[in-house]
Design a protein around this ligand. Sequence first.
Ligand code: ATP
Ligand code: MG
Length: 362
Amino acid sequence: MQSSAGTEPDKRAYLDVVGVGKAFKGTTVMSDMDFRVARGELVSLLGPSGCGKTTLLRIIAGLTSADAGDILLDGRAITRVPAHRRNISVVFQSYALFPHLTVAENVAFGLRARHVPKGDIAPKVSEALQLVRMSDFADRPVAALSGGQQQRVAVARVLVVDPVLLLLDEPFSALDRKLRETMQVELKSLLRDRNMTAIFVTHDQEEAMGVSDRIAVMNAGRIEQFATPSELYARPQSAFVMDFVGLSTRMRGRVKQVEGDVMQIDTASGMVRAPGALGIGTDVTIGIRPELIQQGAGENTITVTLADAMVLGAKTQLHGVSHAAEDRLLCEVPGIQTGMDRGQDVSFGWSVKDTLVYEAAH
Ligand SMILES: Nc1ncnc2c1ncn2[C@@H]1O[C@H](COP(=O)(O)OP(=O)(O)OP(=O)(O)O)[C@@H](O)[C@H]1O
Ligand SMILES: [Mg+2]
């Protein structure tokens, strides 16, 4: 499902993937893929292992041929242009550096191949190495680097050639959390400064949210939703997207009554009201974001026994188990909450409008 028209950027598509399909040995892994990216946009592909993220990048780069569909870049069909003539740079999950060359030589390699004047090479290389914090390692052979350091060299090597499109397949997976966050911030500002268009593959929803203008959530070779991080979080279009983007409480229920645009849903833990008008008797999955649940009664209220209160620094997470059933409800409150005891009964309340509802998959 594509995002609604209102969320499409107002710019003409720079990259336009139209109706792309791909099968490997008779097994379809992608069909009718449509995917449009505006110039200068930073987009993430987010999805579970095997959903087709790398395949889509490889098709865009020209390294894998699509069985159907077209790829347009800046209005020009590039479907039949060979990979080496697309000037699309890719950093792969398993990046291939030249082990016998130094860090600086690896980064300079693409510039030499493009016959960039000698005098321009050194400053470009040093700028790229600075970005990835590898300046001190310029003269080391890459074979003598850690995995994370090699990953940073791989990023420097593709940035330096000013590609028309940058594709990054989990470029920071080998970095520790702190360095990863630093690299995300710096890469984002560098791409912005150069108005570079980039597609960034990740498993990590926080990384996707931090880096991108828009996120395409993929599932089994399809895009389930393509929207801004805030829209994805607030209005996930499916239970899959809701689960993939942030934590939530999940309950099962059945629509009992519909009054105008509010449904009454029977759950094992009690009646829940939610926006929408699905047919009476429809089996549904209900979701509520933890920070939208408060302690105390609300438009919807469920009494729970506190199973845990976890202080996570800036917030406290309350895990409750409903009385009537074994539904687990998650409530996040700002700050450090003390005096919350396991086994204590509390009410969790939330608004009708904050209740997400999806037809249950059968
Ligand atoms: N060369 C190939 N031959 C056969 N099947 C392939 C090939 N490449 C990918 N596949 C299959 O296509 C599907 C999509 O794979 P892909 O590598 O695109 O997933 P991914 O989303 O990048 O996963 P991960 O997050 O694990 O990297 C998988 O089922 C995979 O097994
Ligand atoms: Mg992959």
